[in-house]
Write a protein that binds this ligand. Structure first.
Ligand code: CP
Ligand code: NVA
Length: 301
């Protein structure tokens, strides 16, 4: 019997599975609108407890292009937002729809939804991970450079303790590239997570050293969704952990500057550096669509 596939985290994927997904992306990108529709006759739901532009639109469009009808459910509009347990919501929806894409706070909620719904479930960002983003970023690097990311150096700058660097950590460990995380001590990833992942992962406060010889400089917002109350303190603590032209000059020639977006200019990246690398950064955003179609196709076939 075929076991049901989910995409709940990169931690749960092997390097081989990541490659199976990445290898499917070009077909979806090149044959947009002219590929199979494996979700024909199905209804999928997006259940979001946090804001989204890229993830919401790319999943709504991508699932439709794969043949599905799509429901967007703002968690605040359904009983989940009034305290109905996730396992009850999952058991109801699992009897009515064919797949779910969830953006929420606790990782356990997407794990529970997958378990209790019995339908394919995608993590569209939790406090712990953003797996669809990082698979997209790796596809984008390899597409743009025409080379495997294996053996390359990715330097993450900024809040190293949030969901985006956590998914980078698992990707680095599984796909064999070096990951450097440049962040103040209090914003470095949990040491136990880094130890558990293994691979070549280095955390440092020395931004210039981390950028030296990098093939990718990557950043994310300093104030993640859910951390707004700490906003002013975070801006103070993270000041300086910014991607700017001076930092880019330390990286390898031709290094890619990447950002998952949304970007806050003058904070984690300067206006000039963002605009100079807009081709890569907005290509990442576009590739969310193609990569997520490949993810869903991999899950349901
Ligand atoms: N990068 C990303 O996930 O963007 P959204 O929050 O707009 O979905
Ligand atoms: N770390 C950010 C990512 C946004 C796409 C957040 O969680 O808000």
């Amino acid at each position: 019997m075929r076991t049901m596939k989910h995409l709940l985290s990169l931690e749960a994927l092997s390097g081989t599975e990541m490659r199976e997904i990445l290898n499917r992306v070009p077909a979806f990108k090149n044959r947009r609108g002219q590929h199979d529709r494996p979700l024909a006759g199905q209804t999928w739901a997006l259940i979001f407890s946090k804001s989204s532009t890229r993830t919401r639109v790319s999943f709504e469009v991508g699932l439709r292009e794969l043949g599905a009808e799509v429901l967007f459910l703002n968690a605040g509009d359904i009983q989940l937002g009034r305290g109905e347990p996730i396992k009850d919501t999952a058991r109801v929806l699992g009897r009515m729809i064919h797949g779910a894409v969830i953006r929420t706070f606790a990782q356990q909620d997407v794990e529970d939804f997958a378990q209790f719904s019995g339908i394919p479930t995608v993590n569209a960002l939790t406090d712990a991970e953003h797996p669809c983003q990082i698979l997209t970023d790796i596809f984008t690097f390899e597409e743009q450079r025409g080379q495997s990311i294996q053996g390359k150096v990715v330097t993450f700058v900024g809040d190293g303790a949030c969901n985006v660097p956590a998914s980078w950590i698992w990707a680095a460990a599984r796909l064999g590239f070096e990951l450097r995380i440049a962040a103040p001590k209090a914003y470095q990833p949990d040491a136990e997570l880094v130890r558990k992942a293994g691979g070549s992962i280095h955390c440092t406060e020395d931004l210039d050293a981390a950028a030296s010889g990098a093939d990718v400089l990557y950043t994310d917002v300093w104030v993640s969704m859910g951390k707004e109350a700490e906003g002013a303190q975070r801006l103070k603590d993270l000041a300086g952990y910014q991607i700017n032209d001076a930092l880019v000059s330390r990286a390898n020639p031709g290094a890619l500057v990447m950002h998952c977006l949304p970007a806050y200019r003058g904070k984690e990246i300067t206006e000039e550096t963002l605009e100079a690398h807009a081709d890569t950064i907005f290509r990442e955003a576009e590739n969310r669509l193609h990569t997520q179609k490949a993810i869903v196709d991999w899950m349901v076939r």
